[in-house]
Design a binder for this molecule. Structure first.
Ligand code: FAD
Length: 435
């Protein structure tokens, strides 16, 4: 950090318009008083000319990083700069699944840390994010898949993380609609992680934003970063649609747009951008009490609290920044859905959308310094960065504050690609679309 830099004084948290604590008592009081006592959940900040830290991207990772910087490290001279309203990126477009059923020990530790942070998050943020640990259930369909999943479950258990083998009879009880003996890919069994589940996605952005703002962080919406300023080998700030903002540290947390931002300083990243779709059906009575993933293709489904079945599959397989997706993948995912749960054919799909995901070359994320001093990267989240938001935010904040990687994220550095120490969770090689 630049010790002799002059900063305009960051606001003390008590000077801020505060949303106050949310509680049952307050809900009752506001209900009786005509709902006139509520104030904005987070302060609508105007950009100041200089900050100690500028975080680009008001998604889950950017907001969580800002919150942990302020709470854990006392660094409150922080701005989160978001080109639109917060929460409209992937943090509000994903299928809300959280879990830590990984194979590589370093990934299991990282994602399980995240899962543990989720468990206490609502109380900590004083925000209802609808954390629901209903269990994630992975089906397997061949003997080799059984071996693979058994190996993964054993690895998890060795590290103290829960994983249970589930036989066909128990599967019928857990998922009454399942067709175990379907003609395409009969189901041999499954593995359940009971602590896995879902979290209401956009509430995560709102909850972190509210808590970070209360600690003095500036959340600057409708402010697109259009350039990154350098002073020799060091970053010195960002150009935005609302003027230049100087900073000692700039952290990119822009998910599917990581390569675009890094290109502003001629930094090529081992990332390809792909579109990933999701779908939701009309609402029905409760029919599915776990998050179910199908092993013979790419299909996963859960039931939202509103009753819709939320499902998705693989990326469309070509590079795109379009948040839409195409019909062939929609058909492929629907075919997988009907194989394993044929009765879903009677439901209408009421919404479909896409998000742009930053697929890394080894399928694992990047939390790292870059060759440019003071420029840090949180990205490469592929399909799975939602579940990682608490751990991603905490470990990125640690990197910013201390200058050193957090021990649980040390394997996620950018230079692993140059040195060949990739973290290829699925052993698929350097083919981003395949991870
Ligand atoms: C359809 C779909 C389903 C998914 N399902 C799951 C799931 O079930 N579980 C899971 O763990 N993960 C899932 N993911 C992945 C997960 O959503 C992402 O990995 C994660 O949300 C990315 O981190 P983020 O929240 O910080 O990203 P985002 O919310 O995308 O945040 C990045 C922000 O940067 C902003 N930005 C971009 N460029 C600029 C700029 N120039 N200036 C200023 N701001 C900028 C964007 O507007 C955006 O708000 C899914 C993704 C998709 C698309």
């Amino acid at each position: 950090m630049n010790s002799d830099a002059t900063y305009s004084r960051p606001p003390e948290s008590h000077e801020r318009e505060s949303a106050g604590r949310y509680s049952l008592l307050r809900l009752l009081r506001e209900g009786l008083g005509g709902q006139r006592g509520w104030s904005r959940a987070w302060h609508k900040a105007e950009p100041r000319p200089r900050y100690r830290v500028v975080i680009v991207g008001g998604g889950g990772h950017g907001l969580a990083t800002a919150y942990y910087l302020a709470r854990e490290f006392g660094i409150r001279d922080v701005a989160v700069v978001e080109r639109g309203p917060i929460g409209l990126g992937n943090v509000g477009r994903n299928t809300t699944i959280i879990r830590s059923n990984y194979f590589r020990p370093e990934n299991i530790r990282f994602y399980d840390y995240s899962l543990r942070l989720w468990q206490s998050l609502e109380r900590e943020l004083n925000f209802n994010a609808m954390v629901s640990q209903r269990g994630t259930l992975n089906l397997f369909h061949t003997e080799s898949q059984r071996d693979l999943f058994t190996r993964r479950a054993n690895q998890m258990r060795l590290l103290g993380v829960d994983a249970e083998a589930v036989g066909r009879d128990s599967l019928r009880e857990l998922v009454p609609l399942i067709d175990l003996d379907n003609g395409r890919y009969p189901v041999l069994g499954g593995f359940l992680q009971r602590r896995g589940g879902t979290v209401r996605h956009d509430a995560v952005a709102w909850g972190y934003a509210r808590a970070a703002s209360a600690l003095g962080v500036d959340i600057i919406e409708h402010c697109e970063v259009t350039g990154i300023r350098r002073d020799g080998a060091r970053v010195s700030g960002v150009e935005t649609t609302r003027g230049a903002i100087m900073a000692d540290t700039v952290c990119l947390a822009v998910a599917g747009h990581s390569s675009q931002l890094a290109a502003m300083v001629d930094l090529p990243l081992p990332i390809e951008t792909h579109v990933l779709q999701a779908f939701v059906t009309e609402s029905v009575k409760p029919v599915l009490d776990v998050v179910l993933t199908y092993g013979a293709g790419h299909f996963y489904v859960s039931q939202s609290d509103r009753g819709g079945l939320v499902y998705g599959g693989a990326t469309d397989g070509y590079n795109s920044y379009g948040q839409r997706g195409t019909l062939p993948m929609a058909e492929e995912v629907a075919a997988a859905a009907l194989t394993v749960m044929p009765s879903l054919a009677r439901l209408k799909v009421v919404r479909q959308w896409g998000g742009v995901v930053d697929m890394s070359m080894d399928g694992s994320p990047i939390i790292s310094r870059t060759p440019i001093d003071g420029l840090l990267l949180n990205g490469g989240w592929c399909y799975g960065g939602f579940k990682a938001i608490p751990a991603g935010g905490m470990t990125t904040a640690h990197l910013i504050a201390t200058g050193n990687p957090h021990p649980l994220a040390a394997h996620l550095s950018l230079d692993r690609f140059a040195s060949g120490r990739t973290v290829d969770e699925r052993g698929l090689g350097p083919f981003p679309y395949a991870h």
